[in-house]
Design a protein around this ligand. Structure first.
Ligand code: MCN
Ligand code: SMO
Length: 778
């Protein structure tokens, strides 16, 4: 039998249906009598609502805030001191706080009819001064985004202590400002929801494109003010989540409310323009940072301030404080230094709310940290890789607790960088740089190394103010009468391949091949509770639960098989897709299923305790999370006359502990890296000074396509975690973390001779050219 357990390069069970377009997304659902919903969205960034005048005769086909009786606003709580909550109503009341905020909704037999109705609404707004940048938001006399607040701060806190000794002893002081752009997430499938009343079960069924079905059910119950037992949330195929689909959205509540009150099916599907202008924003960080080092480039300490423009509302359940709090805690990254302070600011602005996005805070901190390391290297006259080697936490220091109390569990960070340096052929690049390129372009090489926390325990979330996010998962597993296996998990598949890899974990223990293991998810009605797929927790948490459940099911199988095999249960082994006794005799799984379900008379009296169906919960041995890590190395060619960047080579050395499926981990890593390349070179949501979004189509918001994605070469190393089942660590976000740092370091290496240093992404041709021209002029 071909082994399909942990470590096997099993082809994804998902892909046949996905690549043939045979699966079912929210937008594929059709129901008799279903109406489409369209939202009237605010044309102004900040305004008082004077009136929403509906056209005569529209009946109940147009609704505004006061029509949604019984609805409660989205309120995301945090236990961090100084944090403020916002009230985010599904349809705006009193004020609008960003361009695109829903103000009213119209119902039509189709979307076009609903949109036509919207045009007849006479919306009266009184413009208020828009609060568009952190600087404006944090100014003394700033206009208030939320009237009842004293200032505009969602959150302000200070992490760590004044690095006084480092400041006194430093031989090298580096001070920089860094900036990463505001982005949207652009999953291929936008957000969408279809809700209806199920008369048979007496439940409101909400089918929604989400990463977290059980959590959406919690949130809908709160906002609709009804029992959870009255709600069933189904997540069908999800065409990409990336964090965008891990929060409760106003449109979800509005559409669910319609179905709840009218007992009919309603649907809203986000279009691309809604996504680009009114969907959640992400990524934007501003840094002011001073690093202290000795003359070898050894870091002594760091004093930083990070400001995250979190937009108008705090998202539920993750809050407007998560990104900034994480940035403050994660900035030190894989480096060993003992003095650190970071002032963290999360000001409210009149822009869409800020949502976690693949990597959450770490793409920003990695950019700031990795550019700082290179700046130190230039200052002390050493190679950037040498300064990294000086500072990376060494392998023999593991396990290691860093300056912000991150418990690094295992790994060889310097070893990873050295593999990346060899693989990118660093010495050859340095040789090549000595002679001018025939086409006049400039060659540069850059590195970035990071850690990726995953499988966070409840303690870690509590540090970020999130008191109620659990660090555990459950799995239910059943041997069917014909010897197949059904696994039910509350975690969600969003494209990352969990149906395959969870089946692999079960296969490892049961010895049944993956094609007879069905992994079922995406339905609160049939799966055990899970907080869902985010923070790269899936394979550690749900994988751990599946592992436990498979062990428990094996135990039951041994008990049932022992009598026909004529031995004790402890002597039964599950091997090569058979249930084997000690004397070479064996049963098929189908025979075990038949005995249990159909021939209970063949079992000894008293053996009908429990059945061939088990539910198990799993929690890693640590509450601190586990840490994957990687080193990225990239070679670029920069055209100094046009500012255009080409990625000539890209190497990633990643370590996610024990790998369940190397092919899937490579796919995850490449997919993430291409999103990171988007952040590094192309993607930026821009607003004018009135808060009008200027990137409302994919012609203005540039995504990397196949032509922009280099051939990425991946090396795996495996440092199992001592804390998790099988030593697995998460990896789903990692690829997206490092490209900004690695690529801009390479660009700065290429342009060093011109005296250019770029400290902002995306590194667009325009930005690069401007920097080159101003360096030439100086
Ligand atoms: N894996 C593995 N061995 C490991 C680690 C992971 O085989 N040691 C596999 C897993 O089994 C799983 C995949 O890699 O198939 C990702 O696992 P994990 O790191 O546990 O991440 P999650 O399952 O929790 O997925 C969420 C994560 C996040 S937070 C974002 S954001 C993201 C990502 O995954 N969004 C994605 N990857 C995505 N991939 C796709 N295609 N679409 C998204 O929306
Ligand atoms: S941004 Mo991923 O859903 O944690």
């Amino acid at each position: 039998m071909n082994k399909t357990g942990i470590g096997a390069r099993v082809r994804r069970l998902e892909d046949d249906r996905l690549v043939h377009g045979r699966s079912r997304y929210v937008g594929d659902i059709k129901m008799p009598g279903m109406c489409d919903v369209a939202f009237l969205r605010s044309p102004l960034a900040h305004a008082r609502i004077k009136a929403v005048n509906k056209p005569d005769g529209c009946g109940n086909r147009i609704l505004c805030a006061e029509d949604l009786e019984g609805v409660r606003p989205i309120v995301a709580e945090s236990t961090l001191p100084s944090y403020r909550t916002s009230e985010h109503w599904p349809l705006a009341r009193d004020k609008v706080r960003f361009v695109g905020e829903p103000v009213a909704m119209a119902i039509g037999r189709n979307r076009a009819e609903a949109e036509d109705l919207l045009e007849e609404i006479d919306l009266r707004l009184e413009a208020l001064p828009p609060v568009i940048t952190p600087a404006v938001s944090m100014a003394e006399d700033a206009t208030l985004v939320h009237d009842q607040w004293q200032d505009n701060m969602f959150l302000q806190l200070s992490v760590g202590q004044d690095p006084a000794d480092a400041r006194d002893n430093a031989e090298v002081v580096i001070t920089r400002e860094y900036r990463t752009a505001r982005q949207v997430m652009n999953p291929m499938e936008g957000k969408g929801v279809v809700a209806w009343w199920d008369y048979r079960d007496g439940q409101l069924v909400v089918t929604t494109s989400t990463q977290v079905p059980h959590v959406i059910r919690n949130g809908l119950a709160r906002c609709l003010g009804i029992d959870e037992a009255l709600i069933r949330v189904i997540a069908p195929e999800v065409g990409g989540g990336f964090g965008y689909k891990c929060v409760l959205q106003p449109e979800e509540i509005a559409v669910a409310w319609l179905a709840w009150t009218r007992r009919k099916p309603f649907r809203w599907l986000e279009d691309r323009r809604e996504h680009l202008t009114a969907g959640a924003n992400t990524r934007e960080h501003h840094y002011s940072l001073t690093a202290y080092a000795d003359k070898r480039g050894r870091l002594l300490g760091m004093d930083a301030e990070v400001t995250v423009d979190v937009g108008a509302y705090s998202v539920w359940p993750f809050t407007a404080g998560l990104e900034a709090a994480q940035a403050g805690g994660n900035l030190p990254g894989p480096y060993d230094f003992r003095e650190y302070r970071c002032q963290v600011n999360a000001p409210a602005t009149n822009k869409p709310p800020f949502t976690p996005y693949r990597g959450v805070a770490r793409p920003g901190v990695c950019f700031a940290m990795e550019l700082t390391i290179d700046a130190i290297a230039r200052e002390v006259g050493r190679e950037p890789w040498e300064v990294r080697m000086e500072n990376l936490v060494p392998a023999d220091a593991m396990p290691y607790v860093n300056v912000t109390n991150k418990h690094y569990d295992s790994g060889d960070y310097p070893g990873s960088l050295m593999i990346a340096k060899d693989e990118i052929r660093f010495d050859e690049i340095r040789e090549r740089q000595k002679t001018p390129e025939p086409d006049g372009r400039l060659i540069g090489v850059g590195f970035a190394t990071y850690t990726e926390q995953s499988a966070h325990g409840s303690k870690v979330f509590a540090q970020w103010g999130l008191a109620l996010i659990p660090g555990y998962d459950e799995a239910r597993m059943k041997l069917t009468p014909d010897g197949g296996v059904e696994v039910r998990v509350g975690i969600q598949s969003i494209g990352q391949g969990l149906q395959t890899t969870l089946a692999q974990v079960a296969s490892e223990i049961l010895s049944i091949p993956v094609d007879r293991i069905r992994v079922l998810m995406g339905d609160t009605g049939t799966t055990p509770y899970s907080y869902g797929a985010f923070a790269s927790r899936g394979i550690v948490m749900a994988g751990g639960a599946v592992s436990r459940a498979a062990e428990a099911l094996s135990e039951r199988i041994r008990i049932v098989a022992a009598r026909p095999l004529g031995c004790a249960p402890e002597q039964v082994r599950l091997q090569d897709d058979r249930v084997q006794g000690p004397d070479g005799n064996s049963l098929s799984f189908a025979e075990v299923g038949r005995i249990w379900y159909l021939r209970p008379d063949e079992l000894p009296e008293g053996d009908r305790h429990g059945g061939l169906e088990v539910t198990e919960a799993y929690r890693p041995k640590t509450d601190q999370g586990v840490f994957s890590y990687a080193s990225h190395a990239v070679v670029v060619a920069v055209d100094p006359d046009t500012g255009k960047v080409e990625l000539l080579d890209y190497v990633i050395v990643e370590d996610a502990g024990t790998v369940v499926n190397p092919m899937i981990v490579e796919g995850q890593t490449i997919g993430g890296a291409v999103q990171g390349i988007g952040s590094a070179l192309f993607e930026e949501v821009t607003y004018d000074d009135q808060g009008q979004p200027l990137s409302s189509t994919l012609a203005d918001y540039h995504l990397p396509g196949a032509a922009e994605a280099p051939h990425i070469r991946i090396q795996h190393t495996e440092s199992p975690s001592p804390h998790t089942a099988h030593g697995i660590k998460g990896v789903g976000e990692g690829g997206a973390i490092a490209p900004g740092g690695a690529i801009v370091n390479a660009i700065n290496d290429a342009l060093a001779g011109l005296g250019v240093e770029l400290n902002q992404i995306p590194a667009t041709p325009e930005r690069i050219l401007k920097a080159v021209l101003s360096a030439r002029a100086a």
